[in-house]
Design a protein around this ligand. Structure first.
Ligand SMILES: Nc1ncnc2c1ncn2[C@@H]1O[C@H](COP(=O)(O)OP(=O)(O)O)[C@@H](O)[C@H]1O
Ligand SMILES: [Mg+2]
Length: 361
């Protein structure tokens, strides 16, 4: 997959941008607070219909504007497609070749992107929620159908939570909702597990390549165990049955895949607790590189959006990382304050970004 062009209008501080991105490496350099990361976020929005920093659409709209637009031409090796997103304070609308796709999946299949930003160290360092979010995003990027699975689980959870908040929840309804939840939860858990199985070997390999030190481990610890989908559903039914009374008393759901953990270890110890700053950074980056590598093994070629290359990787061997990225054979869009960070990699387009305007350099 290659993004050939990128246009952004009233997206954060990008008033009107139109650039060619038709190269293996696209580099946005410049001083701080000029809009480099905003350009990557525009690409991410084009792929996922949401930014990677913004919580709300409104943050993505240029101050004082009530609409923003991002568009681009994507080449998948066979054909070109024009993707566009229109953002309003409350909504988003994606189009493929000018038409609204019947299914959102159809839109997402047109362009997939994996992003790594300095803030991603939090995936390793913070609580399990961020690791679950990483897993779910990666599962979404990896395959069609995950969105539906995640939404089914969330829907079942919300329905049950609403019931439990009632004064006297109807027990029969609760049992019906629990059965729905058991099935949705088992599917979610099995999908996450499958993804982690795919990430495992590339994670070790990528970590070795960028760090070279320490034995790393990656394991999905699901409350629903590690059997097949049916076994997980059965395990969840048992948990839900055991917790029925306690949930009624608490007025909230207790246990389930919403509490699962993605365990990251370094030399057998929890990376979260024991990892140094540099180690945590390498692990977070290795996770994202593993995601890209696993995608390549499946024959997919997502874009890699790498934010703030130099500052993030001072201590890692940046040159080695750049060679590694080149070997993955994916399109990489990079931001950095250091214009030389990619060295003399061939097939490289460079822009300097100033006050929201990129110009070739
Ligand atoms: N919604 C918005 N409207 C206008 N400007 C914005 C908006 N959101 C962020 N900005 C501006 O974008 C700039 C930061 O851009 P960013 O891409 O993070 O910079 P950097 O070049 O350091 O990566 C800041 O000047 C910020 O004020
Ligand atoms: Mg930035």
């Amino acid at each position: 997959m290659r993004l050939l062009t990128l246009c952004a209008q009233d997206f954060r501080n990008l008033e009107r941008v139109e650039v060619s991105t038709d190269a293996r490496f696209v580099m946005f350099t410049g001083e701080n607070a000029q809009g480099k990361t905003n350009l990557l976020e525009a690409v991410h929005t084009l792929a996922a219909l949401k930014g990677f920093r913004a919580r709300r659409n409104r943050e993505l709209l240029r101050h004082g504007q009530d609409a923003a637009r991002v568009s681009g031409v994507v080449f998948d090796g066979e054909s070109r497609r024009q993707l566009s997103v229109e953002l309003s304070p409350t909504g988003r609308k994606g189009r493929v070749d000018g038409k609204s796709p019947a299914q959102l999946e159809e839109y997402f299949a047109s362009l997939r992107a994996v992003v790594f930003t300095p803030e991603d160290v939090a995936i390793v360092r913070e609580g399990p929620e961020l690791r679950r979010r990483f897993l779910d995003r990666a599962a979404f990027t990896a395959r069609s159908g995950f969105l539906e699975i995640a939404q089914a689980f969330r829907g079942a959870m919300e329905q049950k939570s609403a019931l439990l908040r009632q004064e006297r929840p109807d027990r029969l309804s609760l049992e019906v909702f629990n059965e729905r939840l058991a099935i949705a939860g088992a599917r979610l858990s099995a999908r996450r597990d499958r993804l982690v199985a795919e990430l495992h070997a590339p994670f070790i390999e990528m970590h070795g390549a960028i760090s070279g030190r320490g034995k790393v481990g990656l394991r999905y610890l699901s409350r629903l165990g590690d059997g097949d989908e049916a076994a997980r559903a059965e395990r969840f039914r048992v948990i839900l049955g055991e917790n029925l009374q306690a949930e009624l008393e608490r007025g909230a759901p207790l246990d389930g895949p919403q509490r699962d953990e993605l365990e990251l270890t370094l030399d057998g110890r929890s990376a979260r607790t024991w990892g140094s700053q540099g180690q945590v950074r390498s692990l977070a980056l290795a996770l994202k590189l593993a995601e890209l590598s696993a995608a390549r093994r499946r024959g997919a070629r997502p874009l890699f959006l790498l934010d703030d290359l130099s500052s993030e990787l001072d201590r890692l061997r940046t040159g080695r990382l750049v060679d590694l990225l080149a070997s993955l054979d994916l399109q990489v869009l990079v931001t950095s304050t250091d214009p030389q960070v990619l060295g003399d990699q061939p097939d490289q387009l460079r822009y300097v970004v100033e006050a929201g305007a990129p110009r070739p350099c």
